[in-house]
Design a protein around this ligand. Structure first.
Ligand code: ATP
Length: 155
């Protein structure tokens, strides 16, 4: 089977301007019908850095702008998709780089139409809601990084 590598970038968008810290998750439609809650992410354009793609994709998918604070681990997964030839299947190795971002402006009501719903979650609820284990680990890493950021700010 043909093998391709796809690279995307995404953001763990956090806001600390409420009594409790919140993180933004998006819900995207799935074929099976079960809602899938994820971190915002998307394809890195040829003229972009992964940081730029992460900020852009986060803005498009959530309706909100974020300031990039620090980088997180990459995740990797595999899936298969149809190719252009009849019956062709392609095995895709997907690599996604995530960044912690601090919410600066915007409204989740302005999210992309391809996203079904966007919500701000308390950290604990977000960890229980997120659909993929690899993204859950990224979120855990982001929460540590956010706590360290608040500590450095003296908050
Ligand atoms: P992008 O958002 O980067 O443009 P996409 O929407 O085209 O990507 P993916 O989100 O990579 O596609 O989804 C492709 C397939 O991989 C889907 O079947 C999806 O359910 C699955 N998938 C997505 N994220 C993960 C993950 N973290 N772990 C395992 N499988 C995943």
């Amino acid at each position: 089977m043909k093998h391709e590598v796809e690279r995307s970038a995404g953001g763990v968008l956090i806001r600390g301007d409420e009594p409790q810290n919140k993180v933004c998750l998006i819900q995207v439609p799935t074929r099976g019908g079960n809602p899938s809650w994820r971190l915002p992410k998307g394809w890195i354009e040829p003229d972009e850095t992964s940081e730029e793609a992460a900020v852009r994709e986060t803005r498009e998918e959530t309706g909100c702008n974020g300031e990039l604070l620090s980088e997180l681990s990459e995740i990797e997964y595999w899936y298969t998709r149809r190719g252009d030839e009849p019956g062709e299947r392609i095995r895709v190795q997907k690599i996604v780089k995530f960044y912690v971002m601090k919410y600066t402006s915007g409204d989740i009501a302005d999210h992309d139409h391809e996203v079904e719903e966007v919500r701000w979650y308390d950290f604990k609820d977000a960890l229980n809601t997120i659909s993929y284990d690899a993204e859950k680990r990224v979120l855990q890493e982001a929460i540590h990084s956010w706590d360290a950021y608040l500590y450095r700010q003296g908050i």
